[in-house]
Design a protein around this ligand. Structure first.
Ligand SMILES: NC(=O)c1ccc[n+]([C@@H]2O[C@H](COP(=O)([O-])OP(=O)(O)OC[C@H]3O[C@@H](n4cnc5c(N)ncnc54)[C@H](O)[C@@H]3O)[C@@H](O)[C@H]2O)c1
Length: 249
């Protein structure tokens, strides 16, 4: 028996990296998927991969910073598959990598809009739909930087700490509607988001993890799959780090 047989799931930022790995994992376990991204070409690639696996997926272009996009994603789940049971709010951006005192209003605003407001707008649209389907799960992709900080990433660190708090607040409110809400805290994961770094930085970051390496998108997808499935039926309001021991030190 597959873990998500009969379920309908949506994944934001599913055109690349962690979101794509999560969408493919959900599909392999039997879910039908609404794939969303701001990049339509990347989203189409994820849909094609899922269809090649024998799964079903539709793409809807949406910017998670805009409320209307989330409403459209929920509507697409209903239109194409008749319900929504699972939502993974994954889309996120890194920001400018500047000192706090050098951070522009624009950089602060955009990182908060995508990484934090995007999760709020997503859950506002998703919770009633999942409740109407009889219950289900929301998985928010935060970061290990949802619980610890690094220099030169203040908007990102603040947005991810906020995402963890938002997850807990939503979990308390949605529990009565049988909607579980959890967050994942990935350590540094080899995805396009991290592709701009030089080799010395890549090695230095690897050394900060107790396991001595970067994680893979699939290693995060495994956690996001379990949290979305009924195997995690008593887990809500939790923040699961999958960080190779980064924050244990
Ligand atoms: N890569 C890491 O080291 C790492 C670590 C911890 C947490 N995360 C988090 O995991 C999530 C995915 O990261 P990733 O590394 O796979 O990133 P990525 O840049 O490789 O992929 C992100 C995807 O989201 C899409 N996207 C960007 N802005 C969007 C928006 N406004 N609306 C909709 N889609 C948008 C992009 O087009 C892209 O396809 C993010 O929330 C990120 O903060 C990543």
């Amino acid at each position: 028996m597959m873990m998500l047989t009969g379920k309908v799931a949506l994944v934001t930022g599913a055109g690349a990296g962690i979101g794509r790995a999560i969408a493919e994992s959900y599909a392999r376990e039997g879910a039908r998927l609404v794939i969303s991204d701001v990049n339509a070409a990347l989203g189409a690639e994820t849909v094609a991969t899922i269809e090649a696996l024998g799964g079903q997926a539709v793409f809807v272009k949406a910017d998670v910073a805009e409320a209307a996009g989330h409403v459209a994603l929920v509507a697409a789940a209903h239109q194409h598959f008749g319900a929504l049971h699972i939502a993974c709010n994954n889309a996120g951006i890194a920001g400018g990598g500047r000192a706090l005192t050098e951070t522009t209003d624009e950089d602060w605003g955009r990182v908060i809009a995508v990484n934090l407001t995007g999760v709020f707008l997503g859950m506002r649209a998703q919770i009633p739909a999942i409740a109407a389907a009889g219950g289900g799960a929301i998985v928010n992709i935060a970061s290990v930087l949802g619980s610890v900080a690094i220099p030169n990433s203040a908007p990102y660190v603040a947005s991810k700490h906020g995402c963890v708090g938002l997850t807990r607040a939503a979990a308390l409110e949605a529990a009565g509607q049988k909607v579980r809400v959890n967050a994942v805290g990935p350590g540094f994961i080899a995805t396009p988001m991290a592709a701009k770094l030089d080799q010395a930085s890549i090695d230095a970051i690897a050394a900060k993890h107790a396991l001595g390496r970067w994680g893979t998108a699939q290693e995060i997808a495994e956690v996001a799959l379990w949290l979305a499935s009924d195997k995690a039926s008593f887990v809500t309001g939790a923040y699961y780090t999958a960080d190779g021991g980064y924050s244990a030190q």
